[in-house]
Design a protein around this ligand. Sequence first.
Ligand code: TUI
Length: 323
Amino acid sequence: MKTAVTELLKTEVPIIQGGMAWIADATLAAAVSNAGGLGLIAGGSAPADVIRDEIRKARALTEKPFGLNIMLMSPYADELARLVLEENVPVVTTGAGSPGVYMEGWKAAGVTVIPVVASAALAVRMERLGAGALVCEGCEAGGHIGDLTTFCLVPQVADAVKIPVIAAGGIADGRGVAAAFMLGAAGVQCGTVFLTAEECGVPETYKQRVLGAKDTGTVVTGRSGGHPARCLKTPFSRKLLAMEKEETSLEEMEEIMSGSLRRAAKDGNLEEGTFMCGQIAGMVNTRRTCREIIESIFAQAEELLPAGLNPSAREPRKEPGSL
Ligand code: TUI
């Protein structure tokens, strides 16, 4: 399936795997890229040397393009931004902030920059600074989220910018892809469905919890501290919600949450770990390889999309809201 996104990313299908902190490593990214999508290595809160090793490992596992996701709240964001240039990473996505300060350097080096945005205002700013595309992530997604749903965010951003829009949050099958295209997207980013991929290295507990989750199986913690994040209902997330209700101090909340992503992703620790996961988990019920996941998503999307609907053929809109 060719769209403006496959052209930009030089992939076979317009899908990006989410840059899940502590989870999206070289093995997962290379498997997604080898299956025709764009795999991402997550910078998370790791230092540059750790990520440099992952980038080199991915290069050994695939000849296809892959990218790096930089979580902008990371204390290592500056060194990861430099690493992109040192290691000639072709695509960078950013999350949890504005990558404005890095854009000029990346653009000058020919890097394709794809900020994750949660509002049309940031989308417009990013387009002006030279973003190649945008990931519009709705609050159905796992991890750190904004306020808007995918259904509301994607068409409003598509009306506001001319660069390609990639929809994220709540997409795990061909229906989601077809719907995203109808809303004006030319590609999708998926995270939750890849948590259960054979090539994903999270502990068995994590996979089983995602596979067993219901539609209502996630909650949003961290609203009180201004960093809302969607994760699975677990003993730990229930405890966090109770603490927030009791108006526990932000310092105490931060202390208990510190390191909790790692404790979920590496140890499967249900008592002290944050199992980030999107609302679509209720629909993710089978164990598959990355190739099987991607092939089934696009086989279904091709079947559903009206004949002749080629998202890459859509002319950029001159007037917001015009058809
Ligand atoms: O970044 C993500 N998802 C993440 S980051 C992460 S690590 C973390 N751990 C604990 C607390 C918070 C984060 C886990 N999951 N997704 C991309 C994303 N970016 N979603 C929403 C945003 C976003 C929100 C506000 C981007 C920019 C923004 O405003 C920036 C501005 O300056 O206006």
